[in-house]
Design a protein around this ligand. Structure first.
Ligand code: FAD
Length: 461
């Protein structure tokens, strides 16, 4: 509950990871800050449902060990990232192949190449010693899924270059829809369809590859320079770590904000709170509801289906992508193999992601598809949850500015994944940028500099 006399210099609206990360940085800089959250708990889209000892995420599972903000955000030092097996498993032409695994022991940077057939055998080979040099396309694999040995070598070289390219240079490249840009660059169709499309669809939650090619390149760069991973304990671990590191009494849940200005917020049930600056850290639609004029992007819908079985498929801790597009599942994994804390002993948790509007009877369609992908019957698998999120990830069509302004006016700021890239990394970085803008304004003279009104607001929206 908020006391009538409660005061904070900065009020953050929304306790998703963007708002919590911003609050962390503001409080670390000595600025009294309050976070108001409408829901009964923190986390926003990063929630984890607990059912019978299972920990079921609403979000589609994919973080990267190379997300810089996971390493640098104060409060996340205790975060444990559980990596998937290197690279990805591709289901292509009815076979399973490992692709994108690092080819040198010298680190992940610039080393995507191995393509190994795991296909006809239902049980994957145990991981062999990491080869020192790029592995050539095995006999019989030419033509699928990465094309000829030359196509393969070109892909390896391109990903290796991308991993070493500074972000600013990636963001300066010409921009087009990702699918079109790949074709314009002369990437062979089978490399796109066999590897890049399923990978990018999973990373961007965009099966049609309409996303800006710059954002797609950033996603490939992230993939090439790190490992896909899950936060140990579920997605909620991130916001909970951030919230726990804040001084007690900073976060107020169950408080819905109904209007904002540069020096006050009004709440549904707790009156008005005066302050020196307001940071709007809600999702895009709620932000536009509070500040009409802010842009509302399109969204990619995502459905995550969680199953359990006591006979898990033998794909180990791999992320399995369907290059054949033979059903609704874009990617799936035996998540409890990656992070054993997510399932009780003796049970396996299989989490599968459907991109776009889900088909009717999604659970049945997913089960059928999974039986082909894993090569094992799924009829006896138990469905734990089907999480549909219509506005899961903001779309990023070209042209997309992944550094959208976070300062609307002196005293009024906005952050969230819709101001950056539609990822956890983007949400955290937007909170970082917003807190820096607030500190710069507050720090200049001890009082807010208010010399630049409407034009900034219009540019920023
Ligand atoms: C299904 C799904 C799959 C995803 N897959 C991935 C993935 O694989 N990889 C990846 O990196 N990212 C993924 N994401 C995206 C990632 O979850 C988001 O980018 C990130 O969580 C956004 O954080 P945020 O803080 O910007 O917003 P949110 O998490 O939306 O937080 C906003 C908060 O504001 C609160 N709020 C709203 N209105 C008010 C109000 N009036 N008053 C007070 N509080 C308010 C909300 O309750 C919420 O808690 C996925 C998301 C979903 C849903």
């Amino acid at each position: 509950m908020l006391e009538p006399a409660y005061r904070a210099d900065v009020v953050v609206v929304g306790a998703g990871v963007a708002g919590l990360a911003a609050a962390q940085r503001l409080i670390s800089a000595g600025v009294p800050t309050a976070v108001l959250e409408a829901a009964p708990c923190v986390g926003g889209r990063m929630v984890t449902e607990k059912i019978d000892g299972f920990r079921l995420d609403r979000m589609g599972q994919l973080l990267s060990t190379s997300y810089p903000e996971l390493r640098t955000t104060p409060g996340l030092q205790g975060l444990v990232l559980r990596p998937f097996a290197p690279g990805v498993l591709l289901h292509s032409g009815g076979r399973r192949l490992r692709a994108g695994a690092p080819a040198s022991a010298g680190g992940a940077r610039g080393a995507l190449c191995a393509v190994r057939a795991l296909a006809s055998a239902p049980r994957p080979k145990p991981p062999s010693r990491t080869p020192r040099r790029p592995v050539p396309v095995p006999r019989g694999l030419a033509g699928a899924p990465l094309g000829t040995a030359v196509d393969h070598a070109r892909l390896v070289a391109a990903l290796t270059r991308l991993a070493g390219t500074p972000v600013e240079r990636v963001l300066a490249r010409p921009e087009a829809p990702a699918g079109q840009a790949l074709a314009d660059r002369g990437v062979p169709a089978r490399t796109i369809e066999g590897f890049l499309r399923p990978l990018l669809a999973a990373l961007l939650c965009d099966p049609d590859l309409t996303t800006s090619s710059r954002c797609a390149d950033l996603a490939l760069r992230t993939f090439a320079s790190g490992r896909l991973c899950l936060p140990e304990g579920g997605a909620e671990t991130l916001p909970e770590l951030l919230a726990r590191a804040l001084p007690p009494g900073t976060v107020h849940t169950g408080v819905r904000v109904t209007s904002v200005s540069t020096n006050a917020v009004t709440t549904a049930d707790h009156g008005e709170l005066r302050c020196r600056a307001v940071l709007l850290a809600t999702g895009a639609r709620d932000a536009a509801g509070l500040l009409p004029g802010l842009r509302v992007p399109d969204f990619h819908p995502v459905t995550v289906v969680h199953h359990t079985t006591d006979e898990p498929p033998a794909t180990g801790a791999s992320l399995l992508l369907d290059a054949d597009r033979g059903g609704p599942v874009a990617h799936t994994a035996v998540v409890s193999r990656v992070d054993p804390t997510r399932a009780p002993a003796g049970r396996a948790l299989v989490s599968s992601t459907v991109l776009g509007p889900p088909p009717a009877g999604v659970d049945t369609a997913v089960r059928l598809h999974l039986s082909r992908l894993y090569g094992t019957p799924t009829a006896r698998w138990e469905t734990l949850a089907v999480h549909r999120t219509a506005e899961a990830v903001p779309a990023m069509p070209a042209p997309h500015d992944p550094r959208r302004p976070v300062r609307l006016l002196a005293g009024l700021y906005v952050c969230g994944d819709h101001r950056d890239t539609g990822t956890v990394q983007g949400a955290l970085r937007s909170g970082h940028r917003a807190s820096a803008a607030i500190l710069a304004d507050l720090g200049a003279s001890g009082s807010m500099h208010r010399a630049d009104p409407e034009p900034t607001m219009r540019r920023a929206a």
